[in-house]
Design a protein around this ligand. Sequence first.
Ligand code: ADP
Ligand code: PRP
Ligand code: MG
Length: 217
Amino acid sequence: MDKLTLALSKGRIFDDTLPLLASVGIEVAENPSTSRKLILATSDPNLQILIVRASDVPTYVQFGAADFGVAGLDVLYEYSQDHAGGLYQPIDLNIAKCRLAVAVRQDFDYEKAVRQGSRLRVATKYVNITREHFAKKGVHVDIIKLYGSMELAPLTGLADAIVDVVSTGGTLRANNLIDVEDVMPVSSRLIVNQAALKTRSKSLQPFLDAFEKAALE
Ligand code: ADP
Ligand code: PRP
Ligand code: MG
């Protein structure tokens, strides 16, 4: 029988998933922050871990290259707008908690711009979520897709606003930005490949149960 494969991204999701694995007695042989290996063995001979980019976790799981994975709701929501079916999201792991928010320069009057019906330029890596958020508000936006360092966009005149992850607010403060509107609360979810859920339920189910239990604690 093939090993079960879990897709994780390095950094906070890997770090926060380790205690959940430990609760089922599983240790990971190496840490991706120090190792260059992308396939990590674990103390369970039937479980291996793939280290992928955070935004690639849903792709690996949907196409069955991984049986299950951990991804932020921000990434999952953005992905689901472009890809129908194939992903089962049973468990909120309550890790990597943050929120998506609209942020602007301190000297930009967001409320006024919205009130006046101005067209806003919004930079983000969450194009689908941003489009939907402003469409619901009836605000016209030009969306500029970025891949990181979103906070720079309002500072350089690239955009009026950003939609990005906020946790402590430290990054916004350090860049003289303020958050002016919540878009969605975010935590990481366990996602499972639909076919694996049916054909490999015997080996998967103990993990799903353990993750669910650990997430509630
Ligand atoms: P990336 O390289 O894509 O930025 P991260 O490891 O930073 O990957 O983020 C992975 C997930 O963790 C995000 O999709 C989001 O759900 C969550 N996240 C991102 N930034 C923070 C943060 N500052 N605090 C808590 N959770 C965060
Ligand atoms: C994330 C996110 C924000 C920051 C928000 O960056 O992109 O910049 O966290 O967190 P805060 O409100 O606590 O400051 P991350 O640390 O993931 O760095 P990255 O640019 O490598 O994604
Ligand atoms: Mg990040």
